[in-house]
Ligand binder design. Structure first.
Ligand SMILES: Cc1cc2nc3c(=O)[nH]c(=O)nc-3n(C[C@H](O)[C@H](O)[C@H](O)COP(=O)(O)OP(=O)(O)OC[C@H]3O[C@@H](n4cnc5c(N)ncnc54)[C@H](O)[C@@H]3O)c2cc1C
Length: 439
């Protein structure tokens, strides 16, 4: 009997899932998601990686997947503990010969795979390109040759054909284990949830959103409105599902192409593809960078000191209590919804780095904890970019907050909505240079 283990991470779907198709080629199949306890407790940068909002979104995504697997006479096996130990236990107990998973860019997941390979030298580990438009075979670069910045990548990648979505497996091999998931469901469900979650996890919600979005005029106006700070209909809002893997980028790409064929193809529809290529670039860049993705100096020698840690500044930035009303409103939006617009992310990141003089990695860790659409490559790659230690050929981005406010919130509605109280603190009347400089 040939037993395979499919380790789910950021690929929570049954449709267009090359890893699942590959795993289906076995006699017995265990499909598992492991809630790694280390993600629930403060670790690096004194923050748990998985904040309550993300936990809720993940819970919904896994519940949805459980239903889909049941419909295929399979089951979701949940485990809770240290990822490497839980997976090792399954491998040992069920004499697993193959482990299949999405290709992993995150350092924790890579460490788990390395430990398993060390402990089980005969285990075949198959990492599958499950979360990107291209696969390592169809990507027009090897990872090592990936350009250092987006434009040369985009110019070549946008001309390449993107493979069709894959069929859903008709049948899946049976699981050898009986899963008792109740305890883990309880651990997954956070005690308190964010006030106004904007997204519901899972592929059914993703498909509904995709159909609603492409049944509207929004795609043909996307480029004009995508920079707005607020408003469900302005940008496309696919990021949460893409990064949970309950929607594949190829499913979205082909739905966009259908819209272009059946409704209209214009600058805006192209731009949505353009943005998907940004996502794509950051996924492959993360693979190329490995642990350099989290390095203070990033991929290049910074032109300026990339900052250090000022606890009071950081605390106030996180809480949305800085002297900058626009930044405060964005940060409160993040706390209440688990989402922030791309424009908002750029402004608050620039503020933390360039106005407050902070080490960018604390900001990236705060985003990792809160963003429902957290993605290792997109998050840490964008932070590096703004800090001037990443893939930006201009060496970093410093946004003028007054100009951004005048351009994107001229009537003050956004600030009024998210942060209506004027900030009350003596420190607010001080210039930023007068803030306490604790280290
Ligand atoms: C500091 C910082 C941190 C970020 N962290 C994340 C993150 O953890 N996860 C994440 O998905 N995006 C991240 N982004 C990128 C971007 O802000 C979000 O993808 C976008 O706001 C999601 O909303 P949307 O789906 O409506 O995007 P849209 O504007 O509608 O774009 C469509 C899709 O293109 C992709 N995309 C767009 N812009 C970018 C970009 N700059 N980088 C990578 N992909 C992009 C996303 O998948 C998005 O869903 C970050 C940006 C910054 C500046």
């Amino acid at each position: 009997m040939h037993t395979a283990l499919y380790w789910l991470t950021n690929d929570l779907r049954v449709d267009d899932n090359p890893a699942l198709l590959r795993a289906a080629n076995s006699d017995r199949l265990i499909i598992t998601y492991c809630l790694d306890t280390r993600e629930l407790h403060p670790r690096r940068y004194h923050l748990a990686q998985l904040g309550n909002g993300r936990r809720q979104f993940l819970y919904e995504g896994l519940r949805d997947l459980e239903q889909q697997l049941k419909a295929h006479q399979q089951q979701l096996h949940l485990c809770y503990g240290r990822g490497d130990e839980e997976l090792a236990q399954l491998i040992q107990d069920y004499d697993v010969g193959r482990l299949i998973c999405a290709r992993q860019a995150g350092s924790d997941e890579r460490a788990i795979l390395a430990k398993l390979q060390h402990r089980f030298p005969d285990l075949a580990i198959e990492e599958v390109d499950n979360t990107t438009l291209f696969s390592s075979q169809t990507l027009p670069f090897t990872t090592a040759e990936l350009p250092n910045s987006f434009t040369p990548f985009r110019k070549i990648a946008e001309r390449e054909a993107i493979a069709h979505t894959l069929p859903t497996p008709q049948q899946l091999p049976p699981s050898p284990c009986r899963s008792e998931n109740n305890v883990v469901w309880g651990m997954l469900r956070p005690a308190s949830i964010i006030a106004e979650p904007m997204f519901q996890g899972g592929s059914q919600a993703a498909q509904r959103h995709m159909e609603t979005y492409f049944s509207s005029d929004h795609p043909q106006n996307y480029k004009e409105v995508r920079n707005a700070l607020d408003g469900w209909d302005n940008s496309s809002k696919f990021s949460g599902w893409l990064n949970q893997g309950s929607l594949s980028p190829r499913q979205l790409f082909h739905r966009l192409q259908r819209y272009e064929r059946e409704v209209v193809a214009n600058d805006s529809t192209y731009w949505l593809f353009f943005e998907l290529l940004w996502r794509e670039y950051f996924q492959w860049l993360a693979l190329r960078l490995g642990n350099d993705l989290y390095r203070f100096g990033g991929t290049r020698q910074p032109k300026r000191n990339p900052g250090c840690f000022y606890p009071e500044r950081y605390r106030r930035w996180c809480a949305g209590n800085t002297p900058y009303p626009l930044v405060n409103a964005c940060m409160k939006q993040l706390l209440q919804t688990g989402y922030m617009s791309n424009r908002g992310r750029q402004i608050v990141a620039s503020c933390l780095i360039h106005e407050l003089g902070m080490d960018w990695r604390y900001g990236a860790a705060w985003f990792e904890h809160h963003l429902l659409d957290y993605n290792v490559g997109s998050n840490w790659g964008n932070w590096q970019y703004i800090a001037g230690v990443g893939a930006d050929p201009r060496g970093g981005r410093h946004f003028n907050i007054d100009k951004q406010t005048a351009q994107y919130d001229p009537s003050g509605d956004f600030v009024q909505h998210w942060s209506p109280q004027p900030v009350q603190s003596q420190m607010d009347s001080m210039g930023i240079d007068d803030w306490p400089l604790e280290t």
